[in-house]
Design a protein around this ligand. Sequence first.
Ligand code: ADP
Ligand code: MG
Length: 158
Amino acid sequence: MEFQTKSATETESIGQQLAPLLLPGDLILLEGDLGAGKTTFTRGLAQALGVKRAIKSPTFTIIREYRDGRLPLFHMDLYRLEHSSAEDLGLEEYFEGNGVSIVEWPEFGQDVIPEQYLRIEIKRTGESDDGRRFKLTAFGQRPTELLRALKEHLVDES
Ligand code: ADP
Ligand code: MG
């Protein structure tokens, strides 16, 4: 599934529309360069889960937990794991837990990332500073169901 957004607000809106479809244990991997919009997407998603705290990039903490929404949200940024091990941080416990995990820079945590996930690739379109192209790919049965539900949900909205 592919689509484009024209602003940060539109990207937040995609996150907002995915949020009500999420179930405990869902895992979303966000791939894209610095400034692509990974944290912006997560902000929209968190808001629609009912998280009241401000979403801050977990670049320096690696993980931030938000437990005041409909489901616990585990927001990870693995960029700084480049030279260390994800296993040492106990990230598996989050993936096995009953929350939703969102991972920026999953490339750096390949040794601990489970087999089933929804991958979201974000790229600049080149047409304007604010244009982004999204490509969503499901790996596994539950992510496939989630992606199908999102397609129907987005169609309903438009
Ligand atoms: P990342 O987490 O991928 O490094 P951020 O979400 O922190 O990126 O930053 C994205 C930046 O790009 C923000 O300043 C945001 O306002 C801006 N931006 C402009 N257009 C878009 C868009 N269409 N989608 C997401 N962010 C956008
Ligand atoms: Mg980020």
